[in-house]
Ligand binder design. Structure first.
Ligand SMILES: Cc1cc2nc3c(=O)[nH]c(=O)nc-3n(C[C@H](O)[C@H](O)[C@H](O)COP(=O)(O)OP(=O)(O)OC[C@H]3O[C@@H](n4cnc5c(N)ncnc54)[C@H](O)[C@@H]3O)c2cc1C
Length: 490
């Protein structure tokens, strides 16, 4: 009985063998094998730029629209972003007494980034209201306030109501893209791009994210490169800034626990295609993802391991980050007191130990390992200067309070790699350019993979605005090119 059963079972298993061999293929491999080769428009990347381009392409008449995403989830850095979107919108700003203009955008961008493309910034400002209205029509409910985002110089940002605004933009646009007929494929990576063939169609070679298995060549009337930046690629960032070693975390993935696809693929593929790449040394470092509790300037100070201040805390983030990197040791301390308005992260940071509370400065200094007498003198001088309105050491003039009401809140703060501003060169219409400033037919690029808009720093809220405005231009143009090629072939 047992032997018969075993023989039957073995025969059964043998008969199933070819089926099992086929079943060993992963779902991603199966999807890739069955994937159609011809598309109207292909988007590479499913962050805000890619999904915006996809939805716009569908709305502009493209029928076969594909979004490629190499990660296991859609959304890229947009998913983790704070969600501030800069918008020049009289109907939103004027009722609050806020004046704004494209020229002011250019001026502010220049202050933040020095070398900017005024033409790109003007297009960004002028397209921003229509883009935010469009997002609203797709179901995003914006809070009524218009505020000055961290890093901007003027109140012009809006955000979705509630928390996780970036996540809301992605979920909303992902659903819209699918509803309009676009295909959004996760776990498929674009590895190479090809110029137009005799029919005018361009190509994208795709494979599995880990490089295993065979590759497939897809063709389209238009391709939008929207692969984000390269903050997660340590080797690439070290090429442009030797201080940005692997131990410096990113704001997108501060504890190394999240998916992060910002590895510069679009820049690498674009360069191989013959696109111009520039501004790669412009990497934004942000000193705000550790023990800092305040979302405004004037209620906290930074001190180094010697217990001394080293910077005007109201300086542009770029200068603060640079000053931090010059201090001995990997991190500094940020201190506030019980009088300041803490952000929503207070509870979490106290619970996970990022921020601690002490009843006296002496006790705080001892726990930090800094000389107590020096820290007490630092705070005494700072408070005298806050009352006078002028900091004797660094010229700070923005004070909202003195820092003297116990308990004191303090935590380690360090520099995080936030965003890359270098990448593919594009026209103000998002068309991909070669080093001679000629358009590379059939290709557009939008979002953090592009360069030339902001220089070495960008005002808060303008990155997401750029994904929307230039993503829309790219999606529309790619759909139009696909339609023109289709009609030629009929
Ligand atoms: C913590 C944090 C907060 C921020 N807050 C704000 C803010 O409030 N306002 C603001 O304006 N900006 C903010 N930014 C910056 C902003 O979020 C990003 O610049 C923006 O989201 C980039 O969007 P993107 O579409 O260009 O790229 P991403 O959103 O990063 O998407 C790119 C996608 O492409 C995929 N991809 C990459 N290579 C390939 C490939 N070869 N094949 C297929 N897929 C690929 C990636 O996996 C990723 O999913 C913030 C950034 C961070 C990290």
């Amino acid at each position: 009985m047992t032997a018969g059963f075993t023989r039957r079972r073995l025969l059964g298993l043998a008969a199933m063998a070819p089926v099992c061999a086929k079943a060993a293929r992963t779902p991603a491999e199966t999807v890739l094998t069955a994937l159609a080769a011809d598309w109207d428009v292909i988007m590479i990347g499913s962050g805000l730029a890619g999904l915006t381009a996809a939805v716009t392409a569908c709305e502009s008449g493209a029928e076969r629209v594909l979004v490629l995403e190499k990660g296991p989830i859609a959304g890229g850095h947009t998913l983790y972003s704070a969600g501030s979107i800069a918008v020049m919108s009289p109907k939103r700003q004027k009722p609050l007494g806020i004046e704004d203009s494209a020229e002011l955008w250019v001026e502010d961008a220049r202050k933040a980034g020095q070398t900017v493309s005024a033409e790109h910034i003007r297009r960004l400002a002028e397209g921003s209201e229509e883009a935010v209205d469009w997002l609203q029509r797709h179901g995003i409910v914006f809070a009524e306030t218009v505020y000055q985002a961290v890093g901007d110089l003027h109140p012009r940002s809006v955000t979705a109501l509630g928390i996780s605004a970036g996540r809301r933009y992605i979920i909303t646009l992902h659903a819209a893209a699918r509803r309009l007929g676009a295909r959004v494929l996760l776990g498929v990576r674009a590895v190479a791009l090809g110029r137009e063939d005799s029919t005018g169609r361009v190509s994208v070679t795709v494979g599995l994210p880990d490089g295993r298995g065979s590759k497939k060549h897809l063709r389209a009337g238009g391709v939008v490169i929207a692969t984000g930046g390269f903050t997660a690629n340590t080797a690439m960032r070290l090429l442009y800034d030797s201080r940005l070693t692997a131990d410096i975390p990113t704001t997108a993935n501060p504890s190394g626990l999240y998916w992060d696809g910002a590895s510069g693929d679009g820049i690498r593929m674009g360069r191989a295609l013959g696109a111009a790449v520039a501004g790669m040394e412009n990497i934004i470092l942000l000193p705000y993802a550790g023990g800092r509790l305040l979302d405004y300037v004037g209620g906290d100070i930074y001190v180094n391991q010697e217990g001394q201040r080293f910077v005007d805390e109201s300086a542009p983030v770029y200068d603060i980050a640079e000053a931090m990197l010059r201090q001995p040791g990997p991190s500094v301390w940020v201190i506030t007191d019980s009088a300041s308005r803490k952000g929503a992260s207070l509870g979490l940071k106290l619970t996970n130990g990022t921020v601690k509370r002490s009843d006296t400065l002496r006790e705080a200094a001892q726990s930090m390992g800094v000389p107590p007498a020096v820290l007490e003198r630092t705070l005494r001088e700072y408070n005298e200067d806050a009352v006078r309105g002028l900091d004797r050491h660094f010229g700070k003039t923005v004070f909202t309070q003195t820092i003297e009401v116990p308990p004191f809140y303090w935590g380690r703060e360090s520099v995080f790699v936030h965003m890359t501003l270098g990448g593919l060169s594009v026209t103000p219409d998002a068309a991909l350019l070669d080093p001679s400033r000629r358009r590379i037919k059939g290709f557009w690029a939008a979002g953090e993979t592009t360069e030339g808009i902001f220089g070495r720093g960008r005002p808060g809220g303008m990155s997401l605005a750029g994904c929307l405005v230039f993503g829309r231009k790219a999606g529309r143009s790619a759909a139009e090119r696909a339609a023109a090629l289709r009609s030629q072939q009929q």
